[in-house]
Design a protein around this ligand. Sequence first.
Ligand code: NI
Length: 167
Amino acid sequence: MAILQILQYPDERLHKIAKKVTQVNDDTRKLIADMAETMYKAPGVGLAATQVNVHEQIIVLDISDTHDQLQVFINPEIMTCSGEIKSEEGCLSVPGIYETVQRADRVKVRALNEQGESFTLEAEDFLAVCIQHEIDHLHGKVFVEYLSPLKQSRLRAKLKKRRREAL
Ligand code: NI
């Protein structure tokens, strides 16, 4: 397994649209293992392939306290969603930034597992938020894009300044 490099916002590659996985094979499973290791190491609760510059529809999640409940979604699709929830979100591609985002409170998602088998999952609350956040990444969207244009430009300026200072 390997730790992968996580793209940092604002990076244009975070806005690429991920393609569907046509065949779930050993290469897919190797990528998933690397993504999981990268997520656990960070540490984070979710990671989309887009964030490691692989533009395929793959997500890994683990919202457990014990970090042993890995959930894998290949080609995830939200079939239905309902309700509203506002929660504070963060992202491994936007370190140190936490902002409140409104999303659906319940989602029904369909995806393939690591064996290429189709499954559906009904999720609510935090898991539903995580799934929507990660699927957004596959569509080239980062959570800060839900903020007002003014907040977004302030955030970009802050991150650029921070990066300059880190050099
Ligand atoms: Ni994220």
